[in-house]
Design a protein around this ligand. Structure first.
Ligand SMILES: Cc1ncc(COP(=O)(O)O)c(C=O)c1O
Length: 358
């Protein structure tokens, strides 16, 4: 959270102006600041990270089947369903947790119109391979980049990949506006269209040019975001140090694995997932999860269950266990450890002790 004094000052400005929502000055300032920070040409703020997903599919007029990952937060698949499209689950690459490009082509049918991958935990997808496949079959690519704020590959923002990318600024994210989100696009025309769509489709006072929705971010949360943006680099560096501590302490614990940094990638350390091999570790993932809880360490089994296991989606032909073996293995072994830039030494030690003292 930003400092209360600083936030108070901005609230005073908002109170004086009496402009509290609908494209006010803090909204504009935050969009400009985010374009600069993320190194992207155009951005449109939203009230959360789910609405830009819904709106992206609308804006690109996606129909039929959309290839996606079951290893994500459920909003990814919900956005496909809400657009009256059919999600087609494809298995993940166990080395990254992301949609496996080697398996995408086999899932493409004449009805496929788009691919919706997720940069899970902020780990970049194989954007080059995915784009090659999309180009070959004439498919759109919408990245759910909810976890990937500030992530770069070889100095290039991951947000510039695909046709559109969406972000979440929920309170649990590296950069938060309490609730909030955004969409990144490549050109001014698309930004205009998205800005209309997030405002009910209004082009002006009397014209509605599309089936829009209310996805607008207000002035108060825009101001809050401007203050938080000043702190995000320090937060990412502090999280990096927590990851360094976890890795050093857990590298030699038999049966526990985790991801290392990728060469050429600026990570944001939004999550620190570990994977438990019950046989080697001598305890199942759930046993460790509950043991940690008893000691006051609240890990998250994130993403468990898989989206394809929820009753809403488990009847889909692509939701079978045989089709999604890697995703099941990961969902059944994962615990995301506590991760925050304000995590104290004693807390980090407690987490490590819980895992290394069986
Ligand atoms: C991968 C992913 N996509 C979408 C969302 C939805 O974002 P929001 O909660 O801001 O609506 C989340 C939220 O946590 C997420 O983790």
């Amino acid at each position: 959270m930003p400092s209360l004094e600083e936030f108070d000052d901005l609230l005073q400005v908002i109170w004086d102006s009496k402009w509290i929502t609908n494209n006010g000055s803090f909204h504009k300032r935050l969009e400009d600041a985010l374009c600069e920070y993320l190194n992207v040409p155009y951005i449109s703020l939203f009230t959360n990270g789910t609405l830009p997903l819904l709106t992206a599919l609308q804006a690109l007029r996606i129909t039929g089947e959309v290839i996606t990952t079951p290893y994500s937060f459920v909003a990814t698949t919900h956005s496909i369903w809400w657009n009256d499209c059919r999600p087609v689950f494809v298995d993940i690459d166990p080395k990254t947790g992301n949609l496996d490009p080697d398996r995408i082509e086999a899932a493409i049918t004449p009805k496929t119109t788009a691919i919706m991958p997720v940069h899970v935990y902020g780990t970049p997808c194989d954007i080059k391979r995915i784009q090659e496949i999309a180009d070959k079959y004439g498919l759109k690519v919408i990245y759910d980049a909810a976890h990937a704020f500030g992530v770069e590959v070889n100095g290039e923002s991951i947000m510039n990949a695909g046709d559109l990318s969406t972000l979440s600024f929920h309170a649990t994210k590296v950069f938060n506006t309490i609730e909030g989100g955004a969409m990144v696009m490549h050109d001014a025309e698309t930004k205009k269209r998205i800005d209309y769509l997030k405002n009910f489709g209004f082009e002006n006072e009397v014209e509605v040019v599309g089936p829009g929705i209310n996805g607008k971010m207000d002035e108060i949360r825009s101001a809050y975001g401007l203050l938080n943006l000043k702190k995000v680099d320090n937060a990412i560096e502090a999280r990096h140090q927590v990851a360094v501590r976890y890795r050093k302490a857990l590298r030699d614990v038999e049966g526990i694995t985790f991801f290392d940094d990728m060469p050429g990638v600026r990570h944001n350390y939004s999550y620190f997932p570990i994977f438990v091999d019950a046989e080697k570790y001598g305890m199942t993932r759930d046993e460790l999860y509950y043991k940690m809880k008893e000691s006051g360490v609240y890990g998250r089994r994130y993403f468990y269950p898989l989206i394809s296991s929820f009753s809403t989606y488990r009847g889909l032909p692509s939701a079978t266990k045989e089709n999604l073996r890697n995703a099941h293995r990961m969902a059944d072994s994962v615990i995301c450890l506590p991760m925050h830039h304000k995590l104290e030494e004693a807390d980090i030690d407690l987490v490590i002790k819980c895992i290394s003292n069986k």
